[in-house]
Design a protein around this ligand. Structure first.
Ligand code: 5RP
Length: 218
């Protein structure tokens, strides 16, 4: 099975977690794009969505799914999103698509986070995928120097401005032995909006598409 077929399979499996009449939290990325297509097929069963990016909002609206502002919503039962890496304890690296901050917010506001990946994303330890860090533009060089002190090699993601008007540093060569601790340490650097480690609020359920079917980790 090729990677796109796996993404499609896991997107279909995620529909099981969508409750009738609910507002669904929707992540960002190519795997989620397949999920949005599936959501379109059952759009009459849901009230709408809260989106984690302008890109996902456009796709949702194009399918006639109402997109609510998070401030207008009191309860999101399930948040569905992809990841760049998933390790033990359902800790993840996210932000390959530069949407990490809104993703972390919507994930935090949701009761259940269902992470949808193909099996290429499953890793024994986080850190091979360069860790995205969203940074206020004026703090870019300072934050980069602080990240070097933490043992990483930050690289400015040229030409990318996030939906929040900020920039991304991708940090290479980090050994992420303690994801919760590193998530906190990086977030404590002044000028960092957030970083792509999702460990303090990891996934509740990981659905992983393999050649033989979709595996569920709870
Ligand atoms: C975007 C993300 C995505 O979830 C992550 O990059 C995975 O994307 P894809 O499904 O395209 O591999 O965190 O900021």
């Amino acid at each position: 099975m090729d990677q796109n077929a796996k993404k499609q399979a896991v997107a279909k499996a995620a529909i099981e977690y969508v409750e009738n009449g609910s507002i669904v939290g929707v992540g960002t990325g190519s795997t989620v794009n397949f999920f949005i297509e599936e959501l379109g097929k059952i759009k009459n069963n849901i009230e709408g969505a809260v989106s984690s990016s302008d890109a996902s909002t456009k796709l949702l609206e194009a399918l006639g799914i109402e997109v609510f502002a998070l401030n207008d919503v009191s309860n999101i039962s399930v948040y569905i999103d992809g990841a760049d890496e998933v390790a033990e304890h359902k800790h993840m690296i996210k932000g390959g698509g530069a949407a990490l901050t809104r993703e972390k917010i919507v994930a935090g506001a949701s009761t259940t986070f269902v992470c949808i990946v193909d099996d290429s994303k499953r890793v024994p330890m986080l850190g091979k995928f360069p860790l995205p860090v969203e940074v206020i533009p004026m703090a870019r060089s300072f934050v980069a120097r602080e990240l070097v002190k933490l043992g990483g090699d930050p690289e400015y993601r040229q030409g990318v401005v996030t939906d929040n008007g900020n920039v991304i540093l991708d940090v290479h060569n980090l050994e992420i032995l303690n994801p919760r601790e590193l998530e906190q340490s990086i977030n404590n650097i002044p000028g960092v909006v957030t970083n792509g480690i999702f460990a303090l609020r990891g996934a509740d359920i990981v659905l992983s598409a393999t050649d033989t079917g979709v595996e569920t980790y709870k």
